[in-house]
Design a protein around this ligand. Structure first.
Ligand SMILES: Nc1ncnc2c1ncn2[C@@H]1O[C@H](COP(=O)(O)OP(=O)(O)OP(=O)(O)O)[C@@H](O)[C@H]1O
Ligand SMILES: [Mg+2]
Length: 215
């Protein structure tokens, strides 16, 4: 009985070890692929310094890796190679500055086709703008009073603005929509002031709106 128990536990121990090894190698695979691509791109200063993988973490759907780029790499070279890098790794590359250090974030997270709408929570009027490679993008209206939405036909501009209107209405904000196209926001007519005609009255309202925003 004792021998059987010892045997069982040692077999389980081996299984566990094998399972852990497989898991670890699976974990390393995408990270190794990114490191290989980084090597192949040959980011290197003339003193032989290379980017350093300073942090990586798993997201629910992929991996995010943070590289610190050594000073001395031309920003133009980084920009050119970042696109190629994103293509090779099928990830999203974003550049940012952390103090005086240039950081390159590589996220291997395929964007999902659909994401359920979750009402954002927060102090001021929180607006859920959509999904990025690092997760949901939520901004506060108090911190972001101006928003410029641009994109090619069918990119989702109208739907983005509709999501903004819904969030603002749910936060009990007073909403005025000026939409001379006259179709996209008609659905909000019972909940917001929707102006859809180019008339002197519209101009007066725009002036009034500008005035009330300044005071
Ligand atoms: N957040 C979203 N999630 C899923 N699908 C979306 C989303 N936003 C837009 N779409 C899809 O893209 C289509 C076009 O979106 P939308 O009408 O907002 O684009 P647009 O940029 O305003 O286009 P246009 O330039 O023609 O006015 C929608 O009918 C929908 O199928
Ligand atoms: Mg539109």
């Amino acid at each position: 009985m004792h021998t059987f128990a010892t045997y069982t536990s040692s077999v389980m121990g081996v299984c566990e070890l094998v399972a852990t090894r497989i898991l670890n190698s699976r974990k390393r695979e995408p990270i190794a692929a990114v490191l290989d691509t980084m090597d192949a791109l040959g980011f290197e200063t003339r003193f032989g310094q290379r980017p350093v993988l300073s942090h990586y973490h798993r997201t629910p759907t992929g991996w995010c890796l943070m590289f610190e780029l050594p000073p001395g790499i031309a920003s133009r070279e980084v920009r050119d190679k970042a696109d190629h890098f994103a293509e090779q790794t099928e990830g999203t590359v974003t550049m940012r500055a952390l103090g005086r250090t240039l950081i390159m974030d590589v996220c291997l997270r395929p964007l999902p086709e659909r994401v359920p709408y979750v009402q954002p929570q927060g102090g001021d009027v929180p607006l859920y703008l959509g999904e990025s490679a690092t997760g949901p993008v939520v901004v506060g209206l108090a911190k972001l009073p101006h928003l410029f939405v641009a994109g090619q036909t069918g990119a989702g501009k109208t739907n983005t603005l509709r999501a903004v209107v819904v969030a603002a209405l749910q936060a009990k904000a007073q909403v005025v929509i000026i939409d001379l196209k006259g179709l996209d926001f008609a659905v909000f007519e019972r909940h917001a002031t929707v102006i859809d005609e180019e008339a002197p009255a519209t101009r007066r309202r725009v002036v009034w709106l500008g005035f009330s925003l300044q005071h």
